[in-house]
Design a protein. Structure first.
Length: 331
């Protein structure tokens, strides 16, 4: 969202500016926030697509799809790229890092990567839907373990339950969405999820995942074991993709550090979106501020504004079926 919104804003302001988008994605430009509602809608594969890469190309934005940006040579203003073992460079005058984030995988699960799913990309969603459909073809009700009671975990759990699946949500803390919700709203969210049929395992630390000969998964907790899951989804937060910036010598903390003009410590490199850590030390991984960063930066790069970016007034909202927070979200 950050990268394409920026590219479209620059194209609108100045059709003569050469814009190249480097992305590992191969499907299209899609709505990442819709990923967590990818089970109760049968048309999600088409509805999630915002614009094809062909349409972006036709608008004058050069999209290099399926490309891995390997490194940045700041002295020569080049990005070293790779596709299918072919290496090449892309030159830039201004470089914007909108690399987004990966799903955060706690260390205890990193050796068990083949045993669980995440919900971080369209490819992830398609793999989950394929598994779900294969279970439905056997006339069974899919049974899921969702590990993580934050925003994404609660959204995914609610959508799977809405679709008619059996869901157990494991959370290490006693309160759901503790980083976003007040105590009152967290209690309300718990009731909503329970009414949807989600079984909650709060205050339950998951220590591992095992699989059996019948391809079902077992969740191992401090309290015991929970067998019989067709799929396990880990939703324990996000990890900004900062490696390419770190290796290029840019200042990095949790995210890539930027000033109030979204500029890194290199005057020709900016960062926006899930990967940008603003001057207040926070990363604003929400739709409204991400879009506003992209639009503002497009205007700044084209000389249409010289004022600093300011955080817009916005209200986050958990996309949990039947839930509305009564108090402002915690930021």
């Amino acid at each position: 969202m950050a990268g394409i919104t920026l590219a479209e804003e620059v194209r609108k302001l100045n059709p003569d500016t050469e814009i190249t988008v480097i992305t590992t994605e191969t499907k299209a430009y899609y709505s990442r926030p819709m990923l967590s509602h990818g089970f109760s809608r049968e048309d999600i594969e088409t509805k999630i697509i915002l614009k094809s890469f062909e349409a972006l190309q036709d608008s004058g934005i050069h999209v290099l799809e399926g490309i891995k940006a390997k490194s940045i040579d700041r002295s020569s203003h080049k990005v070293h790229c790779e596709r299918d073992d072919i290496h090449f460079d892309v030159s830039y005058d201004k470089l914007v890092l909108a690399t987004g984030s990966d799903a955060l995988i706690p260390g205890v699960f990193k050796t068990e990567r083949s045993l669980f799913f995440v919900v971080n990309s369209l490819e992830d969603l398609l793999a989950l839907r394929q598994l779900r459909n294969s279970v439905l073809l056997t006339d069974q009700i899919p049974r899921w373990a969702v590990i993580g009671g934050g925003l994404i975990g609660c959204e995914v759990a609610s959508d799977l339950a809405k679709a008619g699946d059996q869901v157990e949500l494991f959370h290490a803390l006693p309160k759901l969405m503790e980083q976003q919700l007040t105590e009152e709203d967290s209690v309300s969210l718990r009731k909503v999820l329970e009414n949807l049929g989600v079984e909650l395992r709060l205050d339950t630390l998951v220590k591992g995942i095992e699989t059996s000969e019948d391809s079902l998964n077992t969740i191992i907790t401090e309290q015991g074991v929970e067998p019989g899951f067709h799929g396990v989804i880990i939703a324990c937060g996000f990890a900004p993709r900062t490696q390419i910036a770190l290796e290029a010598g840019l200042a990095v903390n949790r995210g890539i550090l930027v000033d109030d003009h979204l500029k890194t410590n290199d005057p020709d490199i900016h960062a926006i979106g899930d990967v940008a850590e603003w001057v207040d030390g926070k990363i604003y991984a929400y739709i409204v501020p991400v879009r506003q960063q992209a639009i503002w930066l497009g205007q700044y790069l084209e000389g249409k504004t010289h004022n600093a970016w300011t955080l817009p007034d916005f209200k986050p909202r958990a996309k949990v079926h039947g839930f509305t927070a009564q108090n402002p979200y915690l930021l």
